[in-house]
Design a protein around this ligand. Structure first.
Ligand SMILES: [Zn+2]
Ligand SMILES: [Zn+2]
Length: 442
């Protein structure tokens, strides 16, 4: 893929020059550039001044085809396409996966319309046979080539999950005693199938094994040295391997290791790797909800939070905090160190102490630096602040507001930000993080 950028009116010419140069270079080394809608094509993304005019001229005057006359290579015409199909996957500009999903969803709709009533949901056919038929007639087509997909956003992962669950639910769908449909977890368990996102992860790892074992040595060397860009296929593979390693912690062969070690392992013993991953994907550990949960909320629902003092387990962090407060009289460490209504680390004024505490509890970088740089308050001062906070909370409750309500928006106080310890992770949208320019300023 070659990205070309230019002002709108000159973009078509810039693309033509790039294509001509590329064709000449190919020609010089004895190769030929094959132009075509599914071979070499151009995807335009128009923006800014003159974009409408330039698009019209490409679409109407040139009829979506750019004529290229390289100096040495034969002349050819380069088609302009709205969506490009590469390795069986449809991608739009910026590697957006929307077109691919739209295609797969429409394919699934057609398949289910044909097969749902007569085959997949037919009570006359035993359930295990219907499951096999769903695999053979619907899923094998639907899941074709998903191993080449890059990492999906939470929304797309959700769409993928829904698509596959639709097929599973055709085969098995019943209501619980309380009138609700059975949960996804139950469907997966009762059918004995892999969760949709595990299917995707397995496909990606198996493709990596195939690439490593069959590619010529120079491609393997390239892959060993390649650094995974965010939202690339390689990065997604890294995450998959990590998840396999974490979920199947009892299998030392799947333990976490750098990507280049994996490549050499894939190359040395492809069959063993394939078997090991397929077995791991079908194991009970991988079918646990926290492995395939699509959202943080879903993951949190299934996670256990243990009390450090008495060992009791809770379903949410909040339940654990309430338990620790009531039974062990524990106050949050942030409360012990904060005496102001603003955050002393990022200088955001929140107007109430409660709201500042909430900010500090949820922002790793501010919290860590506050605890590091600000000593705990003395007992008397702490008690006075807590009773004042309690009064404020009571008043807010009486007015039907939540405890962290403030009528004024938060503002940045004037003054230089203090020097802080490098934040762990990626604090997006935070004054100390990469999205700082979007943050509230006074
Ligand atoms: Zn406890
Ligand atoms: Zn802060």
């Amino acid at each position: 893929m070659i990205p070309v950028t230019s002002p709108a009116e000159g973009l078509a010419d810039a693309v033509v020059i790039t294509a001509e140069c590329t064709a000449d270079v190919f020609h010089r080394y004895g190769f030929a550039l094959r132009a075509g809608r599914t071979k070499t094509a151009v995807v335009f993304q128009w923006h800014g001044k003159g974009a409408v005019q330039a698009r019209r001229s490409v679409d109407l005057t040139l009829n979506c085809s750019l004529s290229c006359r390289p100096a040495r290579a034969p002349h050819f015409s380069l088609p302009s396409v709205p969506v490009y199909k590469h390795l069986g996957t449809r991608t739009a500009v910026g590697a957006a996966m929307g077109p691919e999903f739209a295609f797969k969803e429409s394919m699934l709709r057609d398949d289910l319309r044909r097969l749902r009533r007569r085959v997949l949901s037919n009570p006359g056919i035993p359930q295990h046979q219907r499951a096999k038929l769903a695999q053979a007639c619907v899923l094998s087509r639907l899941l074709f080539h998903i191993g080449a997909w890059p990492g999906l956003s939470a929304t797309l992962a959700g769409r993928f999950h829904t698509m596959i669950m639709k097929v599973y639910r055709c085969v098995i769908d019943r209501k619980e005693d309380d009138g609700y449909h059975i949960s996804d977890e139950r469907v997966i368990k009762d059918l004995g199938v892999m969760p949709p996102l595990v299917v995707l992860r397995l496909a990606r790892v198996l493709l990596a094994v195939r690439v490593a074992s069959r590619a010529p040595p120079f491609v393997s060397q390239l892959l060993c040295r390649a650094a995974a860009a965010p939202s690339s296929w390689l990065r997604a593979l890294e995450v998959d391997l990590e998840i396999f390693g974490r979920a199947c912690a009892d299998d030392p062969a799947l333990a976490h290791r750098p990507l280049d070690h994996w490549w050499s392992l894939f190359r040395a013993e492809p069959h063993a790797c394939r078997r090991r991953f397929a077995r791991a994907a079908a194991s009970e550990a991988m079918s646990h909800v926290c492995v395939w949960a699509r959202t943080r909320a879903e993951k949190e629902l299934t996670e256990e939070h243990r009390c450090g003092e008495c060992g009791s387990a809770f379903r949410s962090r909040q339940a654990l905090a309430v338990h620790a407060y009531i039974l062990h009289g524990r106050r949050s460490e942030v409360r012990r160190s904060l005496s102001t209504t603003f955050c002393p680390i990022c200088l955001l004024e929140f107007h109430t102490r409660e709201r500042a505490v909430k900010h500090l509890d949820s922002t790793a970088v501010c919290r860590a630096n506050l605890l590091l740089m600000h000593p705990a308050l003395d007992d008397e001062c702490f008690r006075a602040l807590e009773s004042a906070s309690a009064d404020v909370i009571r008043e807010l409750r009486a007015a039907g507001r939540s405890r962290s309500f403030a009528s004024l928006p938060c503002v940045r106080l004037a003054g230089p930000l203090p020097l802080v310890m490098a934040p762990a992770g990626d604090p997006k949208g935070h004054p100390h993080g990469p999205g700082r320019k979007w943050h509230a300023s006074s």
